[in-house]
Design a protein around this ligand. Structure first.
Ligand code: SF4
Length: 360
């Protein structure tokens, strides 16, 4: 049975500078290389896109680092598949966003911006090799609003070397003053291949990280944010539709170097090697067959990340078996409850330990 693919993700593998914590598929922006990448992407889009998408997400890397001409080319390639889009997001870094780009984004139907802020402290931003300061963040948020783009999400990191509870409190206050509808907060993970990993930099200890998580949670909830997913907070109505697709374990098409997708029982990842992506017809790094058992577990794992949990009727429809028959032992976990035909984890902070019960 073929089901409609509702979600499209496109990865822009370029950044103006490399952040010290980052191990994503990205490289320093080069205009000629980006032109070649766009040519290859044009072919991948025409080979792979066959329908209209409900959500489109252009991530990276840093999509806003493309030149105006390249941005327009990218958006025009996607345009034929965006006539029914409900949520169309592009990621941007504050320093590479300007009025012309915002106007262009709006012209092509983009209605949501995900802004990489990471910290409200200039010293910390420098220590991460970010190329903006907090004043630029404030200015660009005003600019977006002046252009009528107010569905703005901000990414922020905590548990950073040099950060303490006072700095975090102040950061949260600054963030709340911006009155944004969506916030994503991630604790720093030291990736082996990042600059931090190679230098042996350590994140803060687990107790401090847990204290910070608690402070974030208390503060944001007190200011009207819904903690709707492990790392995500939103004002009512601003939950990310695209990401809810991932958490609902929907199929999604991922295009470009380093992108992943999931269609039915296949999860694939494209090569992160940009030269191979540009020059080869074989761009798959990994093609993984997902057994029915894999899919059931992944579906549970993804869906329990949100406060909306797993839709039990949908689970039965997808796999032809009820959750009670599939995981009788796991359902006894006292951090799980069933309400309105949904299985919900009542304490997202300990989700990983709850998920252990779903594994054999
Ligand atoms: S964190 Fe984002 S902006 Fe920084 S190098 Fe990685 S992809 Fe680029």
């Amino acid at each position: 049975m073929t089901t409609r693919i509702k979600h499209l993700y496109i990865h822009v593998p370029f950044c103006k500078a490399i952040c010290y914590y980052c191990d994503f598929a990205r490289r320093i922006y080069d205009e000629k290389l980006a032109d070649k990448w766009l040519e290859r992407l044009e072919k991948e889009i025409s080979d792979s896109c066959h329908e209209q998408y409900e959500t489109i997400y252009i991530g990276g890397g840093t999509p806003s680092c493309l030149s105006p001409e390249q941005s327009e080319k990218l958006l025009s390639l996607i345009y034929p598949y965006a006539s029914e889009v409900k949520e169309y997001t592009i990621e941007a870094n504050p320093e590479s966003l300007d009025s012309d780009k915002i106007l262009l984004y709006k012209q092509y139907g983009i209605n949501r911006i995900s802004l990489g802020v990471q910290s409200c402290y200039d010293e910390l931003l420098k220590s991460l090799n970010r190329k903006h300061d907090f004043k630029t963040v404030e200015d660009k948020i005003s600019l977006l609003r002046n252009h009528g783009l107010d569905n703005i999400s901000v990414d922020l990191m905590y548990s950073l070397p040099g950060q303490n509870m006072d700095i975090l409190k102040d950061t949260l206050n600054r963030l709340i003053n911006l009155d944004l509808p969506h916030l994503s907060l991630y604790s720093l993970t030291i990736e082996e291949n990042s600059v931090f990993g190679k230098k042996g930099i350590k994140a803060l200890d687990e107790d401090m990280e847990a204290d910070m998580y608690e402070l974030i949670d208390e503060t944001l909830r007190a200011h009207g944010y819904i903690h709707y997913e492990v790392s995500n907070y939103a004002k009512a109505g601003y939950q990310s539709k695209h990401n809810l697709g991932y958490w609902n374990y929907d199929d999604f098409l991922g295009l470009s170097a380093g992108a992943s997708g999931k269609i039915g029982n296949n999860r694939y990842t494209n090569t992160r090697d940009l030269q191979r992506y540009i020059n080869s017809d074989d761009i798959r790094e990994e093609d993984l067959y997902l057994s029915r058992k894999d899919q059931m577990f992944e579906n549970v794992m993804m869906s329990l990340r949100t406060i909306y949990g797993l839709d039990l009727r949908d689970f039965e429809k997808r796999y032809g078996i009820s959750i009670q028959e599939t995981y009788p032992r796991a359902l006894k976990n006292r951090n799980l409850m069933i309400r309105n035909d949904r299985l919900i984890c009542t304490n997202l902070e300990i989700l990983n330990s709850v998920l252990l019960d779903f594994m054999d």
